[in-house]
Design a protein around this ligand. Structure first.
Ligand SMILES: Nc1ncnc2c1ncn2[C@@H]1O[C@H](COP(=O)(O)OP(=O)(O)OP(=O)(O)O)[C@@H](O)[C@H]1O
Length: 235
């Protein structure tokens, strides 16, 4: 096993009744990198994250975290941010922070409060009153305030304005260090490209392209966005 590998996926297939969402996926994810999980709607990004986060069970194949099969411990060690708005509308921001602190032993409350101050989210705001940009930033801030080694953010840039997208990308890069790994799903490739080390292109549940972003740019003579347009031009 590669000692830098934090996540290994072998021959993973996931079927929902009559729909096969992931087909024979193989991936090796290394520590200290930011991965873009890219693909249009329906390509299988959320399903892949949910299988890794153990919210869905695979139909076949296996997922290894630090060389070990998925377990209660590995589930607890992943900071997964779902795409859905999961925070209670009736909560104030400070209640959401408390909720996270109660749920996760690795949650850093001071770190969260500092981020909220930096991104100008008032702890006294009610969740229901937050703009979609503030809500998006709050979700990311909460996920990043856990102190763990694998973060999976499902569509963190979706439904938020351009300035909030920049703030979210700043938060991710600031919380990065070489012990942490990020998997970020999106179809907003041109915006996220600058912070990605590696890219995973999913198409109809299969890995269409996987590799180091800079090596791909050099070998294919185009940006990740250019490659994306090429791979998905008929989708
Ligand atoms: N619970 C489910 N039951 C049946 N089919 C599902 C279920 N969840 C997802 N699918 C199907 O599996 C395929 C992959 O969906 P998935 O949500 O993983 O893709 P995605 O790339 O995350 O897309 P999106 O950005 O739209 O969420 C789609 O065809 C979707 O309709």
């Amino acid at each position: 096993m590669n000692e830098n590998e934090i996540l290994r996926i072998e021959n993973l297939t996931k079927k929902y009744y009559n729909k096969t969402a992931l087909v024979d996926v193989n991936l090796s994810v290394e520590k200290g990198k930011i991965y873009g999980l890219l693909g249009p709607n329906g390509s299988g990004k959320t399903t892949l994250m949910k299988v890794i986060a153990q919210l869905h069970k695979q139909s076949s194949g296996q997922v290894l975290i630090n060389g070990n099969p998925l377990s209660y411990e590995s589930k607890a060690s992943i900071s997964y941010m779902p795409t859905e708005n999961f925070l209670y509308d009736s909560f104030k921001v400070k209640h959401a922070v408390k909720f996270y602190a109660d749920m996760y032993k690795d949650f850093r409350e001071d770190y969260a409060m500092n981020i909220l101050e930096e991104i100008k989210v008032d702890p006294e705001f009610r969740i229901a009153k937050l703009s979609s940009g503030l809500n998006g930033k709050l979700k990311v801030a909460l996920a990043l305030s856990r102190n763990t080694d694998l973060y999976m953010l499902d569509e963190p840039l979706n439904g938020v304005d351009v300035l909030s997208r920049d703030t979210i990308m700043d938060l991710i890069t600031k919380s990065y260090d070489e012990t942490k790994t990020f998997i970020i799903s999106t179809h907003l490739v041109s915006e996220i490209e600058k912070i990605l080390d590696s890219v995973i292109f999913l198409k109809d549940g299969r890995v269409e392209l996987f590799g180091d972003a800079e090596e791909l740019r050099l070998s294919k003579g185009t940006s990740v966005e250019g490659l994306y347009k090429e791979v998905y031009k008929n989708v």
